[in-house]
Write a protein that binds this ligand. Sequence first.
Ligand SMILES: Cc1cc2nc3c(=O)[nH]c(=O)nc-3n(C[C@H](O)[C@H](O)[C@H](O)COP(=O)(O)OP(=O)(O)OC[C@H]3O[C@@H](n4cnc5c(N)ncnc54)[C@H](O)[C@@H]3O)c2cc1C
Length: 448
Amino acid sequence: MKKDVIIIGGGPTGSSLAIYLARQGLQVQILEKAKFPREHVGESLLPSCYPLLEELGVLDKMKTFSRKPGVTFSNKDGSQASHWCFDKVVDGPSSLSFHVRRSEFDQMMLEHARSEGVEALEEMQVMDVDLHAPGGGVLVKTLHQGSKEIEIAGRFLVDATGQDCFLSRKLGNQKRFETLNIRLALSAHWTDVQLTPSLANGNITIVHVGGEKSGWIWLIPLKDDRLSIGLAINMDFAQEQRKKLMKEHGARSWQKELYLQEISDAPLVQEVIQNGTMCWDVVSTGDFSYYAEEKFGPTHAIIGDAAAFLDPIFSSGIFLSLHSAKAIAPGIVTLLENGSQAEIEQGYKSLDGGYRVIEELISAFYDPNAINFPELSGSAGMEFAHMESAYTVYHMLLSGDFFNDCDRYLKVIQTLRDATMIEKYKNLKGHADPDAHSLVCAINPALI
Ligand SMILES: Cc1cc2nc3c(=O)[nH]c(=O)nc-3n(C[C@H](O)[C@H](O)[C@H](O)COP(=O)(O)OP(=O)(O)OC[C@H]3O[C@@H](n4cnc5c(N)ncnc54)[C@H](O)[C@@H]3O)c2cc1C
């Protein structure tokens, strides 16, 4: 029998969308090319995921992951750092977010979708689709376990293929966010590391790497004493280094050499890993920001990373996946009920403002003339009205509150790119308060 909705991709977007659709009585099938569990980058979740995970019914299963009370932005040697604790703006247990090993998280989500009535087939790579199949609906051509060709018919197709961007590549409608640069991301896991106090308390640490490298290093404390360390750097710089490192180390290991060279160049990271062991091969991921110009039609929709990807500096990806799934699901149900595209169009429109806020926030992070995040340390902000509001808004944004007051948030982000405001901020009495730099966020055991 024809499925109502075929979803390509069993990542967090595909699984969560499938759950929302199955709850509306639709027959949903996920086709996933990998055999789960499979590893993936993107391990640090925003607090705004919490209510969505609760609604999806997986909160109990999240308890196995490590908890995240906040974010620390640091310069390379750790002499300047700002700590952003979610409990300043979020009440109750959702102020404590999660860091997840993606192999476990994505498998748990897929299993949960199955438990809600979704059929999920692994090792089923979608090779081609016909969005106007004879007799209506869609026809999907798949390759099972790399050898067996199988055709599957459905009424509606969703592309949730992540950075593979299956449909927008096929339809040729992928565009770049022009304001954001292309970077290369390299990452690995470590054990036997020496955690800083804020890492030990569960904060993700983002180390700002300026100049021509124009990038950052993430340190994410996972469970089982694992630390995920990743690097995102300007692609032009990475390409220059590639030429040099390939000559010295050969074509196979230049990425590992570049990774080690750059993370060791940050004294803060060097101290953390000095007695550590790298327990993963270095993984490289493209990190450029793009969007699909047309995201839906009468028989298809594109969602999650397949629809748009923004530089992951603010850990926004999984929240955007879950939030988009919730926003788009009702439109798919309506379209299948009566053919109207008005609700799905409205669903996509509701996402625009939040994406603009994140794009601006990312631009501000990389703008060498804007105030830099490690400098934005706590207590000083309280003494100056504009900064007090900026300080609160930044907390809200770092918690993932992108969609609620977009225009106000855009104005506040502008404040931190305004030279006069920056001068005022830097001259504030009390800004150099040494305690502000040593504060770390704490995990309140009552909230676990
Ligand atoms: C360097 C980097 C760091 C990041 N850090 C964070 C972070 O800290 N926090 C955060 O929230 N987000 C982060 N992200 C973003 C996050 O990883 C993504 O937003 C998230 O994985 C998107 O989920 P998805 O389901 O849309 O795509 P994916 O998780 O990529 O899932 C897509 C699935 O589709 C399958 N697939 C692809 N093509 C086919 C096909 N033809 N047929 C069948 N199946 C197919 C794939 O195998 C995959 O399982 C980061 C991203 C990068 C690049």
